[in-house]
Write a protein that binds this ligand. Structure first.
Ligand code: KIV
Length: 271
C-alpha cells in the first residue's frame, strides 16, 4: 500500500512565488473543514494555534497544548489530498530553544504525518528554525505581530521596517520555505516580499504579499458573531453565524411546538 501524501510540495510553493501565482491559505482544525478547504483549491492549510480563540474559547493562544495540536493536525492532515498541511507549534516549545523545538516538531510530524510546521518569531528564533529544518522538517516562519509574545508585546500593527527586514531575512536564511507576515504596514510588507526569495503569506499585511491567510472562523463569521471582535483585515465571505443561529432557533421552536419530527422523519411500527 502506498501511503497518502500531500500533493503540493515545498518546491511547488516556492515556484508559485517565481511564477507570480498567489498562494491561498486558510486555517482549519478538523476533518470536515480540512476536506472542504482542500476540495476548494486552498494551497496550504494551517492548523493554527488560533484554535485557542476560535474553537477552545481561550483568551490567548498561550494555553494550547502540544497534544491538542497533534489531535487537530491529525484530523486535517487525514482530510487533505492536495493542500500542504502545516501544524502551528504551540507556546512555549520553540521559545525553549532548538533541542526542545526539534523534539516537539518531530513528535508532531511522527504522530500526524503533517507536511510542515510553523514557528513564530523573528531573528531570535533563527537558530531554532535552522535546527528544525536540519532535522528534516520544513518550516513556515512567522514575523510581525507574534500572538505567542502577547504578554510582552501586546497586539500591535508592526511599523518598524528595519526590524521586520532583519527578522524575515534571518528566518529565510535559517531555512524557512515561506514566512507569514502578520499585521504589518502594507508598504513594509511589500518591501519585505520584494527582498525575500521565499514567499510571504500576509494576514493584515496588504495585497503585496505572495499569498494570503485568513482564519476559517473569521472568513465565515463563525467565532461568536460579534462584529466588534473581528479584525479589520478579516473579510467575511459568508455569514455562518447568522445561518446557524437562525437554524437553531427554528429547531428549538419546532421541537417546542411539536413540528419536529414529522411522520417521514419517524419509523413506523414493525409488522
Ligand atoms: O494561528 C493562526 O491561525 C495563525 C495565523 C493567524 C497566521 O498563526
Amino acid at each position: 500500500m502506498v501511503a497518502k501524501t500531500s500533493a503540493l510540495s515545498i518546491a511547488h510553493i516556492l515556484r508559485m512565488k517565481d511564477a507570480g501565482e498567489k498562494i491561498a491559505v486558510v486555517t482549519a482544525y478538523d476533518f470536515p473543514t480540512g476536506r472542504m478547504a482542500d476540495a476548494a483549491g486552498i494551497d496550504v492549510i494551517l492548523v493554527g494555534d488560533s484554535v485557542a480563540s476560535v474553537v477552545q474559547g481561550r483568551p490567548t493562544t498561550l494555553g494550547v497544548r502540544l497534544e491538542e495540536t497533534i489531535y487537530h493536525t491529525e484530523m486535517v492532515q487525514r482530510a487533505a489530498t492536495r493542500a500542504l498541511v502545516v501544524a502551528d507549534v504551540p507556546f512555549p516549545y520553540c521559545q525553549l530553544g532548538p533541542e526542545e523545538a526539534v523534539r516537539a516538531c518531530a513528535r508532531v510530524v511522527k504522530e500526524t504525518n503533517v507536511g510542515a510546521v510553523k514557528i513564530e518569531g523573528g531573528a531570535k528564533r533563527a537558530e531554532t528554525v535552522r535546527a528544525v529544518v536540519e532535522a528534516g522538517i520544513p518550516v513556515l516562519g512567522h514575523c510581525g505581530l507574534a500572538p505567542q509574545s502577547v504578554k510582552a508585546q501586546g497586539y500591535r500593527i508592526q511599523r518598524d521596517l528595519d526590524r521586520l527586514l532583519e527578522d524575515a531575512l534571518a528566518i529565510q536564511e535559517a531555512g524557512a520555505f515561506a514566512i507569514v507576515l502578520e499585521c504589518v504596514q502594507r508598504d513594509y510588507a511589500e518591501e519585505v516580499t520584494r527582498k525575500l526569495r521565499v514567499p510571504t503569506i500576509g494576514i493584515g499585511a496588504g495585497a503585496g504579499c505572495d499569498g494570503q491567510i485568513l482564519v476559517f472562523h473569521d472568513l465565515f463569521n463563525f467565532a461568536d458573531g460579534e462584529p466588534t471582535e473581528r479584525p479589520k483585515h478579516a473579510r467575511v465571505y459568508r455569514d455562518l453565524h447568522k445561518i446557524i443561529d437562525e437554524g437553531l432557533r427554528e429547531y428549538v421552536s419546532d421541537v417546542k411546538e411539536g413540528r419536529f419530527p414529522n411522520d417521514t422523519e419517524s419509523f413506523g411500527a414493525s409488522k
